[in-house]
Design a binder for this molecule. Structure first.
Ligand SMILES: [Ca+2]
Length: 331
């Protein structure tokens, strides 16, 4: 079902040698995560205690061992190829630095699922006031749309055919939509979908969310850029690390309760990032949401929206038939 253009995109997004793939079984639960109790869009507050700050090198190595060996797993197919695992990113023979954050191991637990347009190559997803806003990609097929949670498209605007739409974020009554390689961000009136502004930027555009103060933007690398929503200028940047190692291919984003959630391109992993330090404080296994047959007809997981009223996440992917309402539980 994925078109040549989607493959073109795939071919262009280089895969580092450390590429990994999600998938696998959950271990235990439920233990409802404390993740995100406030609505996205509230001003970010410093987080603490979400990851475990390990104070002693030996203890850190021991805990990392548990995390790492819990990761390699087969099972549900991810969107990408290759079966490399996180172990490649973590050298167990090398002592961790003091203070290295060891991510909490979480998984998703599906509460219910909603239909999702299988023509929507999801690149950005957010929830506001009872409705979903979605940015879809591919050249000639890119859109901005407002839908009901049940998937009914209520409003839609087509993006000009030479643009490949990407991440989406809301700042007040404006919607910001990135484009993949055009260096152009479109700003729309949230209500009318009328384009009210444009901004230019360097590099690629992947994911976008608003933390209440800045737009947070990913570009496929391990970098998150924090941009002023008025000028779109970069105010600061942070490099994202998981257990002290760079974590690249950060894609769709969601700002929740002072944390930044990102799904990792071509994996079923979603990570929770401390935006102050870039440290990953939780790795969320979101594998197994689609059946094997559904996976064959679809592209990768890409789309995280926080539902503040329900205190749950909605997760979907490119061309997925479903959006899943999930809670985060311990693995
Ligand atoms: Ca999002």
């Amino acid at each position: 079902m994925a078109s040549k253009k989607s493959k073109k995109k795939g071919a262009s997004k280089k895969k580092p040698a450390s590429a990994k793939k999600g998938g696998g079984a959950a271990k235990k639960g439920p233990a409802k995560s404390t993740a995100g109790k406030k609505a996205a869009g509230e001003k970010a507050a410093p987080r603490s205690g979400k990851g475990w700050l390990v104070g002693a090198g030996l203890a850190a190595v021991a805990v990392v061992g548990v995390v790492v060996f819990a990761q390699p797993r087969g099972g549900a197919s991810g969107g990408g190829e290759g079966a490399e695992e996180i172990a490649e990113e973590v050298d167990l023979t090398e002592p961790l630095q003091l203070g290295t954050t060891v991510p909490e191991a979480l998984r998703v637990e599906v509460v219910r699922r909603h239909p999702h347009d299988t023509d929507a190559f999801t690149q950005g997803l957010l929830w506001h006031d009872g409705e979903l806003y979605e940015s879809t990609g591919l050249e000639g097929r890119s859109t901005l749309r407002r839908t009901s949670v049940e998937g009914e498209v209520r409003q839609r605007v087509d993006v000009p055919g030479d643009f490949f739409a990407e991440g989406l974020a809301r700042v007040g009554d404006r919607l910001f939509q990135l484009t993949w390689q055009s260096g152009k961000a479109f700003v729309y009136d949230r209500e009318t979908f009328e384009k009210v502004a444009e901004h230019d930027y360097e590099g690629e555009g992947w994911g976008l969310c608003f933390d209440g103060e800045h737009l947070v933007m990913s570009d496929g690398s391990d970098r998150l850029a924090f941009r002023d929503p008025e000028s779109f200028e970069v105010v600061r940047e942070v490099r994202v690390t998981r257990i002290g190692r760079p974590l690249r291919r950060l894609n769709e984003l969601e700002c929740v309760d002072g944390a930044v959630y990102a799904n990792v391109w071509q994996s079923d992993d979603i990570v929770r990032i401390d935006p102050a330090t870039g440290a990953v404080t939780a790795t969320i296994d979101a594998s197994g949401l689609l059946t094997r047959a559904e996976r064959r007809r679809t592209d990768v997981l890409n789309g995280i929206a926080w539902l503040p009223d329900r205190e749950r996440f909605l997760i979907t992917g490119k061309l997925w038939p479903w959006a899943f309402e999930v809670e985060l539980v311990a693995r």
